[in-house]
Design a protein around this ligand. Structure first.
Ligand code: SF4
Length: 102
C-alpha cells in the first residue's frame, strides 16, 4: 500500500471526503470492533470489505494516519496496520526535516 501524505497540515484541507464515505449511513459499531481476535476479526474483515469499495479510502486513511486515529477500521486498515503506517510516515517526515548525517 502506497500511502502519500503531502503535509500534516493539509490532512483535512478537503473535508468533503466524508460526504462520499461508503460507511456514512452504516452502523459505526461495525468499524469499531471490540478487540482484535475472535469475532472481532470477522468484523474487521467486513469493515475492510466496505472500505475496499469506498471512493474516499485514501483520504480516510490519510486523515486517520495524520490525526492518529488509534481505534477502529479507517481507510481499509486495522489498528495494527495503521500503527505500522504511522511509524513509517513519521520516520519519513523526520528524515525530511533533518539533514542526512555525513
Ligand atoms: S474508507 Fe472505510 S472507514 Fe473510511 S470512509 Fe470509506 S468506508 Fe468509511
Amino acid at each position: 500500500m502506497a500511502l502519500v501524505i503531502e503535509s500534516p497540515r493539509s490532512w483535512d484541507a478537503n473535508a468533503e471526503w466524508r460526504r462520499a464515505a461508503a460507511c456514512r449511513d452504516l452502523d459505526p459499531n461495525l468499524f469499531f470492533p471490540v478487540g482484535v481476535t475472535g469475532a472481532a476479526l470477522e468484523q474487521i474483515a467486513a469493515a475492510k470489505s466496505i472500505c475496499a469499495g469506498c471512493q474516499v479510502e485514501d483520504a480516510c486513511l490519510s486523515f486517520a494516519i495524520t490525526t492518529n486515529q488509534e481505534f477502529g477500521v479507517w481507510g481499509g486498515t486495522s489498528e495494527e496496520e495503521r500503527r505500522v503506517l504511522r511509524r513509517q510516515w513519521r520516520a519519513r517526515a523526520r528524515a525530511q526535516r533533518e539533514p542526512a548525517a555525513s
